[in-house]
Design a protein. Sequence first.
Length: 253
Amino acid sequence: MAPMNPTEEAISLIRKSNRIAALSGAGISTEAGVPDFRGPDGLWRDPNILNQLSATGFRQDPARFYSSSMNLFSTIAAAKPTPAHNLLVLLEKLGKLQAVVTQNIDGLHHAAGSSTVFEVHGTYRTGHCPQCSDFFEMGPFYKKIESGDIQVPLCKKCNVPVKPDIVLFEELLPQDAWNGAVNAMEQCDLLLVLGSSLVIYPAAELPSIALGCGARLVIVNLQETAYDRAAIVVRDKLGNFAKSAMAALVYKN
Ligand code: ZN
């Protein structure tokens, strides 16, 4: 028998695993056309933008926060889930995957149909009033900002700007999502890392929890990561890997 290539090894491991957790990073969304705004060359590394999009920047000038963010939010709103998102939905349907942990704020895992998703950097889709904590769907607000009807979404009760549920600079991670992510790492028998270089906190730490609890590790990423030596590494586009994996799992399971 010919030796397996990394993709075949990864698929073989997926077949043997029944408590898979996935950790997705910017790479899964860049394949959907969403820019890597937090990455090394990302928009959010620009010190001016960073200042505007920090928690302080939001408090000081929410209108500027929203005008700086709308380009990104509009791009996200137009994005569609990719084959890699769909692979995770399939794994959940097959009863193999228990949770998706994502660094992305775009809600594409929900859009694809994944049901257990821990968004450790929050989501742009929902927001809260900083004063009364009322919950808002942000989509209608974004449409009004784009059309120029409003500059800032306001909580009608408190007359203060509503903040999207994105983790801004200077903010802590949402506790529920973080606890869910840690739990997913502790419970899984295989951690599938998709499109994360595992550099940005907390993604840099999560795989060590899974490895410490005895899980295997598969990394599909174009760049090297600090965990490559502990993993089966597939150095390919996520779309290619996802299509191969879905074909293998659907037809030969
Ligand atoms: Zn309020």
